[in-house]
Design a protein around this ligand. Structure first.
Ligand code: COA
Length: 212
């Protein structure tokens, strides 16, 4: 695959992971955007403060090969999807980014701008929506459906046929039992064992998981 040039929205810890993934895949990071970080973590890659600064940078760049977009915002909520849409509106592509050590079933689908990190697993017939993060060692078993903007933190496990709503955050090491539904914007605490459906907007934790 020819080298792709990425603009990455977010320049914190998750962005550093994504930058190494890009390098490993033979891609190139060309700009970072983040108002909350003081310094670029990569020599030669400019840190732009906000959308306006990125627009100026894009204008100065002029015509050139189409850029690719990545969003490295780990926190829950709609920010990741909104930032991805903003970058898409400026003509950027938003390919899914997959670590070579992730296991991804050929019968599964990955939405635009989703990220599958090292040792994560996506099993047969799973459907992963746009702008999702499947963090290190996260596991999405057969026929699961993840709507847009979901973040599975490191080691989170979805058993088969689980449905995860929009913008849900599943904490590190949590387990969601088979065939359950997790409503949109819910938060599942680290280490939780989810044995029942979770309503939209709820925060649950513990084993068995209860509202906190
Ligand atoms: C569940 C969670 C979202 C709650 O956060 P919060 O609303 O700030 O809650 P607090 O830290 O104020 O804790 C509220 C209560 O829930 C308990 N609690 C918090 N997280 C818990 C967890 N994961 N499991 C069990 N109990 C938990 C706290 O001990 C506290 O109990 P107390 O009132 O008896 O003292 C958060 O603790 C969590 O687990 N986040 C996931 C972190 C993670 O996986 N990060 C990965 C980044 S990639």
């Amino acid at each position: 695959m020819p080298e792709r040039a990425f603009v990455c929205w977010g320049a914190g810890g998750h962005a550093q992971v994504i930058a190494e993934l890009m390098a490993r895949n033979g891609d190139r990071l060309v700009a970072l955007v983040d108002g909350a970080v003081v310094q670029s973590f990569m020599d030669g890659v400019p840190l732009l403060r906000d959308a306006q600064a990125l627009d100026i940078w894009l204008q100065a760049r002029g015509e050139g090969p189409v850029l690719s977009a990545a969003v490295a915002i780990g926190r829950c909520g709609p920010d990741r999807m909104q930032s991805l849409q903003w970058l898409r509106a400026r003509g950027m592509e938003a390919p899914a980014l997959c670590h070579p050590l992730a296991s991804i079933s050929p019968s599964s689908t990955l939405g635009m701008g989703s990220q599958v990190l090292a040792f994560a697993l996506v099993a047969a017939q799973a459907r992963v929506g746009d702008a999702c993060i499947l963090n290190h060692k996260a596991s999405v078993d057969h026929e699961c459906v993840l709507e847009e903007g979901v973040h599975l933190a490191p080691g989170a496990t979805l058993c088969g046929c689980v449905h995860i709503g929009k913008n849900v955050f599943v904490g590190a090491g949590a387990v969601v039992m088979p065939r359950l539904h997790v409503g949109e914007n819910a938060v599942i605490g680290a280490g939780a064992v989810v044995t029942r459906n979770v309503p939209a907007g709820a925060t649950v934790a513990g084993n068995p998981a209860r509202a906190v």
